[in-house]
Design a protein around this ligand. Structure first.
Ligand code: PLP
Length: 396
């Protein structure tokens, strides 16, 4: 399809990341770079560190920020917590757990995987068994993806902590909250999570480019003892008051100003209100899918309603019904709603509607209507989705 010279109105961005930016974030980034001795640079870093600790519900975790995306902080965790040849366990959640596992193996670490059942959260029993089987305690850490952005499934980190405790295994617990932070409830200390991993471009409503980890004392001690050669990612080296050392070089200042503004917005709205808003908007999307599935061509990928993510909904399409890429193109080019496709094993089998970050009912209804219009344009049999979403939002 040819692009018109000008697209009237806005294109709705409903990928699960990057997500739309609030105007306040855009404005905060619109500043001239500063020399590294400017006190505003340090004040900004300290504000972001504190804001993230409070968002993660951690009193004492050390926050390390990187000029990188989510894959960068995945690497930071691997390099700091295990030496080449050592093992970590990665709980199966789908495409994102598998990608992290492949990256970890590429870095020369051994990976123990627990099986993934399509459409289901982490199997905590299988995880407990795998830990019991490791009687020599070779597994250094358990990596879990809180919300698998490809599956649209959120696992319960509490059940993972209980599995570790039941197996009496000393491994660290590392949670990837890239897609769930500031969307789904998460409290690092209370859940017994030792390291949390996040990035700027999803629930945090910023452009991609800042990754971070929050590390408790226990994990910091493991990093200190870890003989793996490393430099850029090294938490020990980055534990320094100087901003230049904290970032191992120049901080990504403009992005960091955006992040500070985003954290202020979340603080002002109130974290529980932010969580409630995500649950409500996700409910509208789920209501729409419930309507669409009556046509018999599409359905939820997540099998349990309780584990359906508040950040992104993965919608499975019956084989032979419609090409996912055609559906996305019609939604994007004709109706101005950008949706995501399926990833990894779901490529060509599913599409995804992101509903996290800076989102409101009008945007969600627009996304649902655009998706439904595209499905109808292509002759996909679907029941009434928009109506169900409107009714749900109107009844609350
Ligand atoms: C997006 C995402 C990542 C990867 O982030 P990038 O910034 O794309 O590298 C990792 N984990 C989860 C859960 C994600 O949603």
């Amino acid at each position: 399809m040819t692009q018109p010279i000008r697209l009237p109105g806005r294109r709705f961005l409903h990928s699960p990341g990057p997500t739309p930016l609030p105007d306040a974030v855009l404005h905060a980034m619109s500043v001239q770079p500063m020399d590294l001795g400017d006190p505003r640079v340090d004040a900004n870093i300290v504000a972001v560190e504190q804001g993230l600790r409070s968002l993660l519900h951690s009193e004492q975790a050390e926050v390390f920020l990187y000029a990188c995306n989510g894959h960068g902080v995945w690497e930071a965790v691997v390099e700091n917590l295990a030496a080449p040849g050592q093992a970590v366990l990665i709980a199966g959640t789908g495409h994102f757990s598998e990608s992290w596992a492949v990256q970890t193996e590429a870095l020369g670490r051994r990976v123990v995987r627990t099986p993934w059942r399509e459409g289901w959260p982490i199997d905590a029993d299988a995880l407990e068994q795998a830990l019991r089987d490791d009687s020599a305690h070779e597994i250094r850490a358990v990596f879990v993806v809180h919300t698998d952005t490809a599956s649209g499934v959120t696992s319960e980190p509490g059940s993972i902590r209980r599995a570790l405790d039941a197996a009496k295994h000393p491994a660290l617990l590392v949670a990837d909250v890239v897609a769930s932070l500031a969307a789904a409830p998460f409290a690092m200390d209370e859940l017994g999570v030792d390291v949390s991993v996040g990035a700027s471009q999803k629930g945090l409503m910023c452009p991609p480019g800042v990754g971070f980890v929050a590390v408790n004392d226990k994990a910091m001690a493991v990093a200190q003892r870890n003989p793996a050669p490393r430099f850029y990612w090294d938490w020990v080296r980055r534990k320094d008051a100087m901003s230049y050392r904290k970032f191992c070089g120049t901080p990504p200042q403009n992005l960091m100003f955006g992040l500070e503004a985003a954290l202020q917005l979340i603080d002002r709205e109130g974290l529980s209100a932010v969580w409630a808003r995500h649950a409500r908007l996700a409910g509208a999307v789920h209501a729409a899918v419930d309507g669409w599935r009556e046509g018999g061509a599409v359905d939820f990928f997540a099998q349990q309603p309780a584990s359906r993510s508040v950040s992104v909904t993965t919608i499975a399409v019956k084989p032979g019904t419609v090409e996912i890429e055609t559906l996305r193109e019609v939604a994007r080019e004709r109706f101005q709603v950008a949706m995501a496709g399926g990833l990894g094993p779901l490529t060509g089998r599913a599409f995804r509607i992101g509903h996290l970050g800076d989102c409101n009912p009008a945007m969600i209804l627009g996304a649902i209507a655009g998706a439904e219009a595209a499905l109808r344009t292509l002759g996909v049999p679907v029941g009434e989705g928009v109506q169900r979403a409107v009714k749900l939002l109107a009844s609350e």
